[in-house]
Design a protein around this ligand. Sequence first.
Ligand code: ADP
Ligand code: MG
Ligand code: MG
Length: 504
Amino acid sequence: ANFSIAQASKCSGVEEMETHQGNSMSLIVDPHKIDPQLLQKMEYDALVWSSLHGLLVGDRNSQISGTVPGVGMVHAPFSLLPMPFPESHWKQACQIAPIFNELVDRVSLDGKFLQDSLSRTKKVDAFTYRLLGIHSKMLDAKKIEEIRLGLHRSDYMLDEQTKLLLQIELNTISSSSFALGCLVSELHRSLLHQYKQYLALNPERIPQNNAFTQFAEALSKAWSEYNNPRAVVMVVVQTEERNMYDQHWLCTTLKERYPFETYQVTSIKKTLAEIDALGELLPDGTLVVDGEVVAVVYFRAGYGPRDYPSESEWRARLLMEQSSAIKCPSIAYHLAGTKKIQQELAKPNVLERFLENKDDIVNIRKCFAGLWSLEDSNIVNDAIEKPGLYVMKPQREGGGNNIYGDDVRETLLRIEKEGSEENAAYILMQRIFPALFPAILVRQGISQKHHVVSELGINAAYLRNKTKVIINEECGYLMRTKVSSSDEGGVIAGTGVLDSIYLV
Ligand code: ADP
Ligand code: MG
Ligand code: MG
């Protein structure tokens, strides 16, 4: 590591540390031991930096902060210093990103695989049932998506015991906070630079993170493939969005940085209900919403049942899917990112159906954790016996839906007793235990010392038009850190913070 202990010891209280379990892989500064006065200055500077650079979210304490920009803003929760992360695992995660992109694309083209894999799930999960219904309509209509755009994020945890980088999930819809994630990388670099004589951490060890310019570029290239200079990018949003600045960063970048010739890529924001009220399909399949032709539909809503309170929202989803607009994601890409499909892909000989290259298959499979259907009674029995070693997951996105610990046992026993088909709603996953690190988490201007675990997300963009792959690349990262005692770590939900990585 590019970090000298001799240098570090110059600073009072800053020293080499070991992880909780006595693992010395991670050579970092223990932030819990930084001199209190120094710490206070750093926290203050970090808060100023966040305010001046747009590392912001809407404050829950303000009622209108989810609808009116510029009102009730608060810094996004962040970790004061970057998390140590092994460079080899970082590179591994980046290298497999394009393979996952290709995999999602191939899976999305196999309508029967998607329908068959989710056929039991849909009987007990009304949301999945509706998504499959739209998908099935598209199959019946033989609808072909020639231009396909994916903005994905594959999430990993580093299992401490096995030192394996294991995938938590692959998000194909609405993965958010990548713009704020870039800003946290910059915040950390700036702090490391400013306090270099105390911290002895090299700012260069925080990898460049260009997620939002790269995502903006992917959107603008998709827009240009659609080939209508008057068309817009439509962002599908929730009615209230406290993570709005993350979205504004993307849309503003789209407008300011990628003016194609004399045109600018304009974006409009619409809720599903508005799309239902204002949208229409021209006879040639063109999607027009509020008088604007839509080239690209970018979903930052629509990933969960709460976004569809009435039939109106489902009509909007179908309308968009039927249109010639480029959907990010299409219904097939959305389904390819479900947890059930993740579990099906982990079965023996399934990856081989979608990928030819043997090395690609090996490299992808290496990061698969144990994943099982609840039809596997051996695993169900084991999970009832040792619930702490498993996570039970329904087909949901956005955090807060999984089942942990004793609840796993209780839920499994209940389903078993009722003999219901409810078991098809879930998958079981091996619980991953990452190393614990000391950290300082800053939320609402207040810092707290915690022991934390982190999850690394690798963003990736994929764009193709018929046989031509235009983009297939890794696009920066999003590190999320949570208090180790919390099962889930939603940043906006309130138990997690945004973070960056320090390569060791
Ligand atoms: P969602 O789509 O809702 O984000 P995830 O599968 O990412 O669902 O689960 C949410 C969170 O639960 C993750 O961010 C992680 O903190 C935790 N989690 C999920 N799977 C595991 C696992 N196998 N081991 C440990 N923690 C997990
Ligand atoms: Mg998800
Ligand atoms: Mg997740």
